[in-house]
Design a binder for this molecule. Structure first.
Ligand code: BV8
Ligand code: ZN
Length: 242
């Protein structure tokens, strides 16, 4: 299966879903998690992206998220993000599902996004649940942001390891994967569950699944087509055929 034949199938499809991971933001300059030099290369996930880490070292966890929010603020969406915004306009029922927390799909102009793991620009209070605006959050450099309503600590609006995903968002993503005709997977190592289970839901329900990645992943042997290369190039190439 080449890009041309995928483009032909997309032209005839009404229900298309896309799952993205850190790889789609790599070309914007956002470090991935598992690539050499990626975020996890410096820290282990349990050390920072977990409730235990937050309870024992809240300032260290916030320092990491403040730094990541700053990085993301300084970068911009790349042609891979933009290609998916274009694709959304061409397909009657299109759903973007992302594992990324970098807000780049939103900033690229994507309308229909399911954020499985939250978003770096959002936070909420650990006790009263009050959400804090990105502007309020940006006032804090390294220290723990304090809830403007009750004075307790804020936490990032991010799903940490060991935490449940938002059930409405997850159920909607599973439903989408089960109903779609074509499911694209772009820039994910497909290691983190339950997100990594979505392409399998699509496959088990008769969808055609295609992978865009620099390398082979845990999914590659199961998909209908694997397009090697940076998705900042392969996705715009696909869109140019539509
Ligand atoms: C849950 C927010 C349970 C945080 C994230 C042991 C201990 C604890 C948990 C578990 C465990 N074993 C299994 C689990 C479950 C765990 C899990 O799956 N762990 C994995 C590691 C085995 N899952 C969870 O904990 C989930 N919750 O299970 O709850 C539960 C159940 C019932 C009741 C109560 C609780 C929560 C998972 C969400 C965790 N949060 N993010 C933060 O970001 O700070 S996940 C985090 O990692 C990211 O958000 C992202 O989703 C994931 C990284 O994955 P990728 O996006 O795929 O990135 P990666 O670097 O891995 O890969 C990049 C890919 O891109 C590569 O393939 C590369 O080749 C490619 N690439 C690079 N450049 C390009 C490219 N491709 C194309 N073009 C390029 N230019
Ligand atoms: Zn509060």
């Amino acid at each position: 299966m080449n890009l041309e034949s995928l483009a032909q199938s997309l032209k005839k499809s009404t229900r298309v879903a896309v799952l993205t991971g850190a790889g789609i933001s790599a070309e914007s300059g956002v470090p991935t998690f598992r690539d050499p030099g990626g975020i996890w290369a410096k820290f282990r996930p349990e050390e920072l992206a977990s409730m235990d880490a937050f309870l024992s070292h809240p300032e260290r966890v916030w320092e990491w998220y403040h730094m990541r929010r700053k990085t993301v603020h300084e970068v911009k969406p790349n042609p891979g993000h933009k290609a998916l915004v274009q694709l959304e306009k061409l397909i009657p029922e299109f759903q973007l599902i992302t594992q990324n927390v970098d807000d780049l799909h939103n900033r690229a102009g994507q309308k229909n996004i399911l954020e499985l793991h939250g978003n770096l620009t959002r936070s909420y209070c650990v006790s009263c649940g009050e959400p804090a605006s990105p502007d309020y959050l940006n006032q804090f450099e390294k220290e723990i942001p304090i809830c403007p309503a009750c004075g307790d600590k804020l936490r990032p609006d991010i799903i940490w390891f060991g935490e449940m995903l938002n059930p409405e968002i997850l159920n909607s993503a599973i439903e989408t994967a089960r109903r779609c005709e074509i499911f694209l997977v772009a820039g994910t190592s497909a290691l983190v569950y339950p997100a990594a289970g979505l392409p399998l839901e699509a496959l088990n329900n008769g969808a055609q699944v295609f992978e865009f990645n620099l390398e082979e992943t845990a999914l590659s042997h199961l998909v209908h087509g694997h397009f090697s290369g940076p998705c900042g190039e392969s996705l715009p190439q696909l869109l140019s055929l539509l």
